[in-house]
Design a protein around this ligand. Structure first.
Ligand SMILES: Cc1cc2nc3c(=O)[nH]c(=O)nc-3n(C[C@H](O)[C@H](O)[C@H](O)COP(=O)(O)OP(=O)(O)OC[C@H]3O[C@@H](n4cnc5c(N)ncnc54)[C@H](O)[C@@H]3O)c2cc1C
Length: 330
């Protein structure tokens, strides 16, 4: 099929002349979630030579964790659009914008913009870090050992049918926990949400959905003290944090939903400044402390949503253009 839109223009030779230096790309984006795909697309639309690298699943954490999840809070999309459909349209947009989509994991980045994937090296004049986040551990005794295959501790629910007829304990009370409850509805035989705080910390709509679900019990001001069972989950010991009392609850699976941590470990050598929460610190233009390095999306954002990731992406692309092409209006 022939290319259309900006991709066709680029093939027609209308690319801007290469910038000074010996770069493969004007802009290299690390991570193919909503933030990275949008940043790459906006750079492509500005006729910057742009590549985006994805080491696992195009579309990011949402597509990897719950591809069938309905996204109701991203404007301009059909009601109830599924995560994988939204991912597909973000990938299409990047392709139409003339971006090179490279399905490889970035193993190393240097401060001069060298990107290493296995034996290959690429270079970008500007680098946009959009490498997202991963599930945080809850720090419950036995959590790690039972997180192995068949142990019954999970951090995501890619396929709800795996939990058919199971008694599931969800640890956490935010949007991710709410999302798990919705996806397990009618599949799990019983869902118990265990949350340390005095109220759930998700949207009003999600709270109504959880509280209106007859098969879901919510235990507030409660912690999972330990996970019971030898080789696999057989239950949890719950502690009432207001009274100090404990009780055991039988369960077949425990799903952790206590937040995420930025995927930053591998890029520590860059020396990019972090904020007190361990996220990449940026200025209002999404610039990091290292010149020509930007960060967008969950790796740096206090608000972890698709719309904020995409908005930061557009901001970074605008500023990246200004740094590659000077003056920026040409
Ligand atoms: C269960 C759940 C439900 C959610 N529901 C909603 C919702 O309904 N609405 C909403 O707005 N938001 C929701 N969110 C939040 C939303 O998914 C995130 O805010 C959004 O995905 C952030 O996009 P991102 O591109 O910054 O990060 P990610 O989506 O995490 O993408 C980062 C990508 O970078 C890749 N990567 C990491 N390291 C490398 C590397 N070294 N080389 C190459 N690639 C790499 C990863 O594989 C990943 O694909 C939900 C999140 C979860 C976990």
């Amino acid at each position: 099929m022939g290319k259309s839109g900006i991709a066709a223009v680029l093939d027609g030779g209308d690319r801007l002349p290469p910038p000074p230096g010996n770069s493969d790309y004007d802009v290299v984006v690390v991570g193919g979630g909503p933030a990275g795909l949008a940043a790459a697309s906006y750079c492509g639309r500005k006729f910057l030579r742009t590549a985006v690298f994805e080491g696992d699943c195009w579309g990011g954490i949402l597509t990897r964790w719950c591809p069938d999840k309905k996204i109701d809070n991203y404007p301009g999309t059909p009601p109830g659009v599924r995560a994988e459909e939204l991912a597909r349209s973000l990938v299409d947009f990047a392709e139409r914008s003339g971006v090179d989509l490279i399905g490889k994991r970035v193993e190393e980045i240097t401060r001069n913009g060298e990107i290493r994937t296995g034996n290959e090296t690429y270079r970008g004049n500007v680098v946009i870090l959009a490498n997202g986040s991963t599930a945080a551990e809850a720090g419950i005794p036995r959590e790690r050992e039972l997180a192995m295959e068949g142990g019954g501790v999970f951090y995501r629910i890619p396929d709800p049918s795996r939990f058919r007829g199971c008694r599931v304990v969800i640890v956490g009370g935010g949007d991710t926990a709410a999302s798990h409850v919705q996806r397990l509805r009618g599949v799990a035989s019983r869902v118990t949400v265990v949350h340390r705080q005095t109220e759930l910390r998700c949207g009003r709509e999600e709270i109504h959905a959880i509280e209106g679900d007859g098969d879901c019990e919510v235990c507030l001001q409660t912690a999972v003290e330990t996970i019971l069972g030898d080789d696999r989950v057989e239950g949890v010991r719950l502690k009432d944090l207001s009274k100090g009392a404990t009780r055991d609850l039988e369960a077949d699976a425990v799903v952790m939903a206590v937040g995420t941590m930025p995927n930053f470990a591998m890029f520590r050598n860059l020396g990019v400044s972090l904020d007190p929460k361990g996220q990449v610190a940026t200025d209002p233009w999404q610039r990091t402390s290292v010149p020509r390095f930007f960060a967008v999306g969950d790796v740096c954002s206090p608000l972890k949503m698709i719309i904020t990731a995409v908005a930061q992406a557009a901001t970074a692309a605008h500023q990246a253009y200004a740094e590659v092409r000077s003056p920026y209006w040409k």
